[in-house]
Structure formats: C-alpha cells, structure tokens
Design a protein around this ligand. Structure first.
Ligand code: XUL
Ligand code: CO
Length: 438
C-alpha cells in the first residue's frame, strides 16, 4: 500500500486520564474489563465510511471544503481503491474494531443496475482482501437508496414499481456483500421512505410496499443464512417532511402490523432522537422495553438547529444515561457504537478526523465507565424497585395477568374503599444522586 492521508499518524494508544497527549485515549482502555467484559466488546466502536471518507464538506450553501486525494479522480474505481486504502489506514490509526458503509460509499454507481452492482462487488472483494490483513471488522452494511435521483420519490415506497425492483436488487446484493464480509448487521434507513404532501401520496399503499419490502429482506436473510441482525433506523424528518420510520414507537407499531417484530431490531441514532422530540435515552429505553434494541448510531445534534448535524457526541450526561440504559438492557449484543458523525466543514486537516474519533471513542468510554459505576452502585435501581414494589403483590399482579376483569377490580377496590396516598417521585433526589457520579 502506498502512502495515505493517515500514514504519518501512529496508532493511538491508551495513556490514562492524566495524560496530556492530544492523540491518546484517556479513558478508552480497550482491554479493561468492566462488568465482566473488555470495553472493546461492550462498545464495539465503528467508523462510518460515508462521513469519514466520502463526505466532502459541501452544504446547501457552499462548495466542498475537503479535498481528499481520492476525490475528483477521472478513474472512479482507482479512486475507490485509494479511498479504501485510506479508510483502513485510518482504522489502523484509531485501532477501531469495526466500520460500516453504504454500497455507494465504497464503490461508484454506474448508469444502470448491472454496472452499479459490478462496481460494488469488485470493491467488496477489494475490501475483503484488505480485511485479511487488518483487525477491523464490518459492523454493518447498508444500501444508499436515497442519493440518486431515481430514488427521489422513495425506494420501497416509490409509486414506480421499477424503482421498488431496482431497490430490491440493490439490497439483495448489499446483503450478499455484508454476509461475504462477515458483517454483524444489515441496516435499512428509509432515506426517502416518506412524503412531502398528501396531494400526491397514498400513505396506506406506501406502507404496504414498505412492509412487503422488509418481509422480502427478512425472508432472504433466512434463505442465505445471514446470522446477523436486520435493523431499521428511525428518523422523523429530513429528507422528507414526514418519514414513515418516525421513532422507536412508530417503527414498533409498523413491525407488529407486518408481523416482523421478532425479526427486526432498531439502529437508534442520537440526532434522530432529538429531531423526533425525544432524548437518545428515551429511544433506547423504549426499544429495550419492546425487546428490539439492536445498535447505536452514536452522535449528537444541535438543539439550536432543527436538522441532522451529525456531530460527534460530547455531552457526558446524555451519553452516560444512554449507555446506562444499554447496560440495563443487557448490552448491545451484535450491535455497536457507530460514529454516524462528521467533522465540521472547517475541519479540513486529516488530523481533525483523527481527533474527532479519538475524542468520540474516549467520550463514550468515559460515559460507559460512569454508567457502569451507577449500575454497580445500585441505588438508582433500588429506587426504581422500591417505586414499583407494590406490583409484586399477588393481588396487584392478578390485575395484569388477565385473571381479573374491570368489574372484579372495581368490586375489590370498592370493598376496600381505596384511597391511595400520593408518593413523591423523588426526581431531584435522584438527579442529585446521579450528579455525584460525574
Ligand atoms: C441519515 C443516517 C444514515 C444512516 C445510514 O440521517 O443516519 O447515515 O445511518 O443510512
Ligand atoms: Co445514522
């Protein structure tokens, strides 16, 4: 491999919280065992190919600011190989266990389906050969069914059945490649699966199309024996005003309707949660309660802006409470912490990309350590146990088990002449308790 953008960077190492070294991990000691497992296995960090290698810094108001050597090349396949070389060199620098990609991040699209698939498979083989000599594995693959104009009215939800078929073929091959490269998950983010106006949209039909599309994906997963998880990534808006996969609760209802709730889990994103008017911890706790927590796109939005800024996470309390709920849910399993996060438009030096990831990984490790200490301390959990202790009594449980009716409950409540006393929720006491961990 010839020199890459990152050749001058040494592999970043753990140096401890007292280190002043700007490019060292201060909290992310990958081998440190916490709650029975090394941090590396709890957090399963991934670099997102699109933001870190493909994004060029352009925005709706301005031209690209990031001129990477593999951009603006006339030989697009050579550019894709150079990009892949740089990607794996970045993974080496970060010592990151996983990465993730869309088909279009790793290979240029052609004019039609056949040429697009050809490019994609050629580059998948190239990545496969690189993975032989690097430790970084594939967290998930996904198909970009939103950038090309053919998807402007949706992929699975397009009014044109040919776009549905094009999308189905693209996803089939993307699943094949994800399996080929040993990916642990396959993600579907419904980029343009939504609508701008009801004047031109049949929502019922589009939802049926989306439901069938997802069933086809699940059937194919079983057919090829893909052992990974199928994940949907909720987002309430952007690019369309109304996205079908609004949030955890909406997606769970959708999965139930199409009988897929035991087949599909969620890839939850911090910034998407914010756009939905929720917190990341809310989305995680909801998914955990439905048994569909799959993986995290760990990033942050800007509450002052109403769009998807995809920033690296940095709010310690937010990330800690998000990871607290992950731990309470039993961990991420096959999922991971994928940095669906991009450097700012002015961060044009290669070093900025390294700083962003080192800071992001360290931030999450620090948050995880705090979350683990809250779990080990046990007082937050004990307070919750105590609050719901009344439900441990048999008479209380009967009300939920189906053995009681509204009438029988009424009879008993009247016989006891119930007059429940209000009890404090203790929010401030609990907030003070949590503050002590920071
Ligand atoms: C878009 C987004 C995507 C998905 C993968 O907001 O989050 O990058 O993570 O398609
Ligand atoms: Co995402």
């Amino acid at each position: 491999m010839s020199d890459t953008l990152f050749s001058n960077f040494e592999t970043v190492r753990y140096a401890g919280p007292d280190s002043d070294e700007p490019l060292a991990y201060r909290y992310y000691d990958a081998d440190r065992v916490v709650l029975g497992r090394p941090l590396r296995d709890h957090l399963r960090f991934a670099v997102a190919y699109w933001h870190s290698l493909a994004m060029n810094g352009s925005d709706p108001f301005g031209a690209p600011t990031l001129q990477r050597p593999w951009m603006d090349r006339s030989d697009e396949m050579q550019a894709a190989r150079d990009k892949a070389d740089a990607a794996f060199d970045l993974f080496r620098v970060l010592d990151v266990p996983f990465y993730s990609f869309h088909d279009r991040d790793i290979a240029p699209g052609g004019d039609d389906l056949r040429s697009s698939l050809h490019n994609f498979h050629e580059m998948a083989d190239y990545l496969g050969s690189k993975m032989q000599s690097f430790n970084t594995r594939l967290l998930w693959g996904t198909a970009n069914l939103f950038s090309h104009p053919r998807f402007m009215a949706g992929a699975a939800t397009n009014p044109d059945p040919d776009v549905f078929a094009f999308s189905a073929a693209t996803v089939k091959h993307c699943m094949d490649v994800t399996k080929q490269l040993g990916g642990d998950n396959y993600v579907l983010w419904g980029g343009r699966e939504g609508y701008e106006t009801l004047l031109n949209t049949r929502v019922g039909q589009e939802l049926d199309q989306l439901g069938r599309f997802l069933s086809l994906v699940v059937e194919y997963k079983h057919k090829i024996g893909f052992a990974g998880q199928i994940l949907i990534e909720p987002k309430p808006k952007e690019p369309t005003a109304h996205q079908y996969d609004f949030d955890t609760a909406t997606v769970y209802g959708f999965l139930k309707r199409y009988g897929l709730e035991n087949e599909v889990k969620l890839n939850l994103e911090g910034n998407h949660a914010l756009l939905a008017g929720h917190s990341f911890e809310h989305e995680i706790a909801m998914a955990a309660s439905f048994g569909i927590l799959g993986s995290l796109d760990i990033n942050r939005g800007d509450p002052l802006l109403g769009w998807d800024t995809d920033q690296f996470p940095s709010n310690l309390q937010d990330t800690t409470m998000a990871l607290y709920h992950v731990i309470k849910a039993g961990g991420l399993g096959l999922g991971g912490c994928n940095f669906d996060a991009k450097i700012r438009r002015q961060s044009i030096d290669p070093a900025d990309l390294v700083h962003a990831h080192v800071g992001g990984m360290d931030h999450c490790a620090r948050a995880f350590l705090i979350a683990a200490s809250i779990v080990e301390d046990g007082r937050l959990d004990a307070a919750l146990q105590e609050r719901y202790a009344g439900w441990e009594a048999e008479a209380a449980r009967d009300m939920l088990s189906g053995s009681e009716t509204l009438e029988s409950i009424s009879d008993k409540a009247e016989a006891q002449n119930l007059s429940p006393k209000p009890r404090s929720g203790g929010q401030e006491r609990l907030e003070n308790l949590i503050s002590r961990f920071f």
